[in-house]
Design a protein around this ligand. Sequence first.
Ligand SMILES: [Zn+2]
Length: 314
Amino acid sequence: MTNNIQHKIIDIGECEKLELIEITGTTPGPTVAVIGGIHGDEEEGVLSVRRLAQILKEKPISGKVRLLPVANPAAYRARNRFNPIDNKNLAREFPGSEDGTVTGRTAHVITNEVIAGADAMIDLHSAGIKYAMELFCGFFELGTPYSEKCAKLAHAFGTSIIWAHTELSEGRSLSAAVELDVPAIYLECGGGGEVKASETDAYVRGLLNVLISFDMLDGEISTPSEKYLITDAGGNTDQAIMAPVTGIIVTHVAMADSVKKDDRICDIYDDKGCVIATINAPAGGVVMLLRREAPIDAGEVIAMISPAGVACSL
Ligand SMILES: [Zn+2]
């Protein structure tokens, strides 16, 4: 017995189409939705979803898996965070609208065709070309039974770092999932335009762990022995430390460094070689996101610092 695999092409207008891979198992069971490429410069998620599709050709499952490897095709072709047709960020447009611009319509289709009715949703991101990030799994910790299901999903996926956000951010696939009562997590990792074997392997392993945890797939869950939980409102990259001026950024810290309040994060130089801004840490914590590309515009993100994680045994 093998799974039934269907490739559904969904028209989103302006010659743009989404390819949704629907894998229906040999016996009934839950539905898990997996999304990659919400941002077009994040290859890790796209490749990991495609790798899962290959694995599930061979392994019979119970239930259904909806795979959307490339959620934002025009952005993916352009290797850009934003959709070049309307210059919008898909991760700020959920739940979307049928009569919106192409990005709004994309969000609308994903909300209704991929997320709605699922028992779990996993959205795979990374730092993108210009940034570096630690590998972690995030979810909304709203103190509700819904959030408990998200926490369980995060622990089943199994990254060393789990980030529980105590504030709901608008416009995300995760915010659409909250509205639809679909437990959801998102993942982040290295970025920089490369894909590290350790990171795509961790994504694929995590996806298999989730399917095993739902009894959809035979096998053993494999997660790191040490896990750290960060609990913080943050995680919204739009609200991180911003560049006050345009120039060349020179970093004084590295990813995952522990910093104290007022430690120097970076200098920004002008085109004469003079420092025109020095950015210090607004609070102590761990560097979870850091600018990698040197030229930076005023208003772009430099870094995100999270509180230190606490060891957890769940
Ligand atoms: Zn992203």
